[in-house]
Design a protein around this ligand. Structure first.
Ligand code: SAH
Length: 466
């Protein structure tokens, strides 16, 4: 972040403005509008400034700048047409630790003034950090058209009721939910229509009838990595969440879309401690939901595909905590699409099987006979460690050693990389693949040559058959 945004309360605070020409006039207007006690130093005052002086709205300190003028002011604005003087003022302000804005000279600014969309008390400030004020202004215009004029009225009404809401509804997240529901209700329509009395009556009715809501858990599939693959439901749940429990596979780009004030808790798995960690995750889900919070359990890919989402949902069902499932694009769909490998194709594969290379130690073994059949695509999750064993079993059960295989690492992310080879090479390919990696076995892999479209980091290694 290039600048730290703040909204300063200038009401009755002293601000020193150097200059009283046209540029200074615009600065003076907004400073006076914010209630600042304006002290002006300038060789002469233009008519507008003279008017303000007569009305007692500004103080004129004379024509020569003196360092002592800085002593008890809150902010400084240098807006004279004398560059050397502006520089001198800025340097003096720096020395005293006073924030100074110098017009049209970013190097001489310790604060900058954003373009503002004013729906007081709601204000939206747009800044390009000084890089392109024109672009910031363009955005301001676009945002202007999005925010209805009555938004300010609505915020003012809400402000007037705030203490009563605080007294009537216990708990921060309960209050937040009350406000969210209020602003999305008939109250909004009534304020928009300018019917303030009816709006207040509606407000009172909703406040009196408020019942705290039960918490809930949303198991959200975050997809394989590219944030553009999130569903609308996923995004809405992430934006509404009080608490988000996410695992290691969820990309930073996606985490950045979670509501800023939500508690974000990593429940990333580490090899070896899966069991304990899963129980702890289940416990946390119940714990927060039972406090009435909106909990999002954010999982890589799809929650119900090799993601233990089923187990988490079982724990929630057993504890009678309400839950929802938001499906996500599973790695087998995302990584293959971005690698240009169709899972099925009339000429090459009528079946696609998703399997995990990481089975429960006490579970049934894989049906190698079935898996080794031709004209089908195998997609193997969590299989890189056992790639040699898997390839050997498939070949022993009849799959040809030269069956095309792909290993897709970091699928759908900018750093995606893909290795193409033959079944006999799978172990070697898996070993050097960055994680997470997905293995795809089957004739469809050959189509990548023709269908590849996503530009990868060009780390690709084509492994030739021995
Ligand atoms: N629920 C997830 C899978 C979790 S298991 C889903 O539906 O996708 C974790 C395995 O998924 C990893 O070991 C890897 O095999 C695969 N995987 C997840 N994201 C991936 C990605 N972006 N690229 C390649 N493989 C991925």
């Amino acid at each position: 972040m290039s600048h730290y945004p703040i909204f300063a309360d200038l009401n009755r605070r002293a601000v020193l403005l150097a200059g009283a020409g046209q540029v200074a006039e615009r600065k003076a207007e907004s400073l006076l509008h914010a209630g600042a006690a304006l002290r002006v130093v300038a060789a002469e005052l233009n008519p507008r400034f003279q008017g303000w002086l007569q009305q007692g709205r500004i103080e004129w300190l004379g024509k020569d700048f003196q360092t002592a003028f800085l002593n008890d002011v809150f902010l400084v604005v240098a807006a004279t047409d004398d560059e050397a003087l502006n520089r001198r003022i800025f340097q003096a302000a720096e020395k005293q630790g006073k924030l100074c804005n110098t017009v049209d000279n970013q190097a001489l600014c310790s604060f900058i003034v954003p373009a503002v969309i004013d729906r007081s008390p709601i204000q939206i400030a747009v800044s390009s950090g000084g890089a392109s004020p024109v672009l910031a202004r363009l955005w301001r215009q676009k945002i202007e058209t999005l925010i209805p004029a009555y938004t300010g009225k609505m915020a003012a009404l809400a402000g007037a009721w705030r203490t009563r809401v605080k007294a009537g509804i216990k708990g921060l997240s309960n209050r937040r939910r009350f406000w969210e529901q209020l602003f999305a209700s008939r109250f909004d329509t009534l304020v928009a229509q300018g019917n303030e009395a009816a709006a207040e009556a509606e407000f009172a009715r909703q406040l009196a009838g408020y019942r705290p809501q039960q918490g809930e858990v949303v198991l959200v599939g975050a997809g394989p990595g590219d944030a553009g693959l999130l569903t609308l439901h996923a995004l809405q749940a992430m934006q509404a969440a009080d608490v988000v429990l996410y695992d290691a596979l969820v990309s930073d780009e996606i985490l950045a879309l979670v509501r800023k004030d939500a508690d974000k808790i990593s429940v990333g798995k580490r090899a070896g401690a899966h069991h304990v960690q899963q129980e702890e995750t289940n416990r946390l889900l119940l714990h927060y939901a039972q406090q009435g919070k909106r909990v999002v359990r954010l999982k890589g890919g799809d929650p119900f595909v090799f993601g233990r989402g089923g187990e988490e949902a079982q724990a929630l069902a057993a504890a009678e905590v309400p839950f929802r499932i938001v499906p996500g694009i599973t790695a087998a769909l995302g990584a293959t699409a971005y690698a240009g490998i169709p899972l099925t194709h009339r000429d090459y594969a009528q079946t696609a099987l998703f399997i995990t290379g990481h089975c429960r130690p006490d579970g049934d073994g894989l049906q190698w006979q079935t898996l080794a059949r031709g004209k089908q695509t195998l997609v193997i999750y969590m299989g890189t460690v056992k790639a040699g064993e898997i390839a050997a079993q498939l070949m022993a059960h009849g799959r040809a050693a030269d069956t095309p295989v792909a290993v897709v690492s970091n699928g759908t992310l900018a750093k995606q990389s893909v290795q193409i080879g033959r079944l006999a090479d799978l172990a070697a390919m898996a070993e050097r693949a960055p994680r997470p990696a997905l293995m795809i076995i089957g004739e469809v892999v050959a189509l990548r040559d023709e269908l590849r479209w996503f530009s990868e980091g060009l780390i690709e290694t084509a492994v030739k058959a021995a």
